[in-house]
Write a protein that binds this ligand. Structure first.
Ligand code: BGC
Length: 437
């Protein structure tokens, strides 16, 4: 994808306008010196050829619910040094990425030192150029053998995950800056109400085909939309987080560990709305669990206006993302405020961004959302960092490569990455708003 002149001019204007924006002018003081400024990716979405992972099997199955297979992705398994350079070129100080469990433990109980060394090189590589590695131990994908044993439905799942966390932490924990156990586990089993209709049936048919192919009663992938028993999956994920965290802490007690939660900015649009019931269903048990953690990771992409009978349409003049949902700049701060209100531990924004081919939306969103985030911090909400999703355009799960969230474009044949104008807006914001000295 090329950046055309129009996009570039518009985003540059947004970047220049930023310095004079009233919201920014109102900022009382810069972001703290030790604030984490990052960009995020996840293994399966960028590495490529992740052949022992549940998703790989599903992407290449008939029927599949995936628009296309992940294939080479961004070839970041080979090109991770280039990715780190992209991060430093933007003047950021942190990179959030994930470990691929399927590479590290391709067969149950068989741990690959070569693969652990690969991630160690990434962690050391970050440190060598002054980046703080934020490492997600599991970002959705699980090994094929784990999914074939029923995935997170399996009563042994929490212990299997903790065993993986133990092995990975022994090899890697020394260099990690912050660790998260699981990515958005709060949505498992609850996604069917949020994603476009039809996906659930396709997901179910695909899982059944995978189970038949492997001759097992249940094949449940880490990012499955259809979950036969959402309550059981949720209980196992919570036990998995607790056991995984304990395993990491046993290796390195001073390493901050948390969990990343998917959160909307839920707003009450009329009295008696479903907002509070929704919050209870989607986040509260996780936020209460996070009280025992060192921080909570918040991942926000949109707000939701709740009425008495359900979610209301966004305002007619709303900016929209590629899915048609509203892009609302204060939504990040709204989600962060709520997370802190319940969890009462510091927050790291582990993801925030927008899926859009119109990069001017991203260029507008980043400074606006960050100004609102800063206002929340000035009100006393302890926010330790912000990671933009994503560093580069990548494999957007079921939607394949059609949806673009990146600060950089990706050429899928040459693997060339190019900064979009919004990346420079982010760079300039960080430069202008960070305390020096
Ligand atoms: C996930 C990412 C995903 C992003 C955009 C988050 O829910 O953690 O893996 O690509 O949202 O949809």
């Amino acid at each position: 994808m090329q950046i055309d002149r129009r996009t570039f001019v518009a985003a540059t204007a947004a970047s220049l306008g930023m310095a004079a924006s009233p919201a920014l002018a109102g900022l009382s003081k810069p972001f703290p010196k030790d604030f984490i400024w990052g960009a995020a990716t996840a293994g399966h979405q960028v590495e490529g050829n992740n052949i022992n992972a549940d998703c790989w099997l599903l992407e290449n199955l008939k029927p599949t619910a995936y628009a296309e297979p992940s294939g080479d992705a961004a070839n970041s398994f080979e090109l991770w040094r280039r990715d780190l350079d992209l991060v430093t070129n933007l003047g950021l100080n942190s990179y959030r990425f994930s470990l691929e469990w399927a590479r590290i433990e391709p067969e149950p109980g068989m741990f690959s030192f070569a693969m652990l060394d690969h991630y160690k090189a990434m962690i050391d590589g970050c440190r060598a150029i002054g980046l703080r590695p934020i490492v997600t131990f599991n970002h959705f994908t699980t090994p094929i053998w784990f999914a074939a044993r029923g995935g997170w439905m399996n009563p042994d799942a929490p212990q299997l995950f903790a065993r993986f966390c133990d092995k990975a932490a022994r090899h890697l924990a020394a260099g990690i800056d912050h660790a998260t156990t699981l990515n958005e586990p709060n949505l498992a089993g609850l996604l069917q109400s949020l994603l476009p209709g039809g996906l659930l049936d396709a997901d179910k048919a695909m899982a059944a085909a995978a189970a038949a192919k492997l001759g097992v009663p249940l094949f449940l992938a880490g990012n499955a939309i259809y979950q036969p028993d959402p309550a059981k999956v949720q209980a196992n994920l919570q036990a998995g987080h607790t056991a995984g965290k304990a395993a990491i802490k046993a290796v390195r007690g001073d390493l901050p560990v948390g969990v990343s939660l998917a959160m909307l900015d839920d707003q009450e649009a009329e009295p008696g709305s479903l907002r509070d019931a929704t919050r209870e269903k989607l986040y509260n048990s996780w936020l209460r669990l996070a009280r025992a953690d060192d921080f909570v990771g918040v991942q926000n992409y949109e707000r939701a206006l709740w009425g008495r009978h359900g979610k209301l349409d966004p305002p007619a003049n709303a900016r929209r993302n590629i899915m048609g949902s509203e892009v609302y700049a204060p939504s990040l701060a709204g989600a962060v405020r709520y997370a802190y209100e319940v969890a009462k531990v510091p927050v790291i924004v582990t993801e925030h961004g927008v899926g859009s081919d119109d990069d001017t939306i991203r260029a507008w969103l980043i400074p606006e959302a960050l100004n609102h985030l800063k206002a929340a911090m000035d009100d006393g909400v302890p926010v330790k960092g912000y990671c933009h999703w994503s560093l580069i355009d990548n494999f957007e799960w079921g939607f394949g490569y059609k949806f673009h969230y990146g600060l950089h474009t990706l050429d899928r044949q040459t693997f060339e990455r190019r900064a979009k104008p919004s990346a420079l807006v982010y760079r300039d914001f960080v430069r202008a708003n960070t305390a020096r000295g």
